[in-house]
Ligand binder design. Structure first.
Ligand code: URA
Length: 260
């Protein structure tokens, strides 16, 4: 970003990870942001990231050294937080926080969910990817009790009523027996005779949403694994391992997150 010359103040603040671009506009309008020591309330103000000193509430902010996005194949049993006051296992121990300071998880997976979890030190990209208005798709494989029929799958697709409101339309399909067997084996899942694997794609990120959706149509989830976020597939990344995204992969996520 520093090589791109002057940028709008709110964009600079968001890239520094201060808050979403909209929330940064509010900080500016509230007179909490200074440039080279002078408070600024004009939203069109431009700053040169290489030369100007920007502060929020008197504290100087700066761009992360190198903006990175990485993918982790999260194992079951790790909490999605960078710090747990109770000392439980967290995803922070699985990603290179020394090499890339300021990394944070993009959204969250439950402790008992495995699969694709993105991390970045780019506050704006992270905020955009989880923004409810962006409707970024997330695809899960769920090992469920019972054999969902067409009516149950149809209901999941149209939306189900949860205690925090109806869900948006989704995509749901039952894996065929060969595909299910292959997936169960790859994930180390024991698939009982009255259990099936459902692939569910949702565009929201409510608390335990997939588990609650499937339970609401009579099929409690026994195992849950995320295989895709937006344009990025987990692919063959081994459990517990991370990798940096390529420039193309990062650009594709950025394009998704900026389209509205
Ligand atoms: N839905 C869930 O129920 N759990 C997750 O971890 C993610 C989505």
């Amino acid at each position: 970003m520093s090589s791109q010359g002057p940028v709008r103040l709110q964009k600079f603040l968001a890239r520094c990870g201060v808050a979403s671009r909209r929330a940064c506009e509010e900080l500016i309008a509230a007179g909490r942001v200074s440039v080279n020591g002078a408070f600024v309330t004009e939203l069109g103000t431009k700053v040169d990231p290489a030369a100007d000193k920007v502060a929020v509430d008197g504290l100087e902010v700066s761009l992360p050294d190198e903006a990175v996005v990485l993918a982790l194949n999260k194992p079951v049993g790790f909490l999605t937080t960078m710090d747990d006051p109770q000392g439980r296992e967290t995803v922070a121990s699985l990603v290179p926080t020394d090499r890339y300071p300021g990394l944070f998880p993009v959204g969250r997976l439950d402790g008992d969910t495995s699969g694709l979890l993105l991390f970045t030190n780019d506050g704006e990209l992270g905020n955009n990817l989880i923004h409810p208005r962006k409707h970024v798709e997330k695809t899960y494989l769920a090992l469920v009790e019972g054999i969902p029929d067409d009516a149950a799958l149809d209901q999941l697709q149209k939306g189900v009523l949860l205690e925090d409101g109806p869900t948006l339309p989704a995509r749901a399909r039952l894996l065929g027996s060969n595909a299910a067997q292959k997936q169960a084996q790859a994930l180390g899942w024991q698939q009982g005779p009255r259990q099936r694997i459902v692939e569910l794609t949702i565009t929201e990120g409510r608390n335990r949403q997939v588990r609650r959706m499937l339970a609401s149509v009579g099929h409690p989830v026994r195992q849950l694994h995320r295989v895709r976020v937006g344009s990025l597939e987990l692919g063959g990344l081994p459990c517990g391992q991370w990798r940096l995204l390529t420039e193309e992969e990062t650009a594709a996520l950025e394009a998704l997150a900026t389209d509205c």
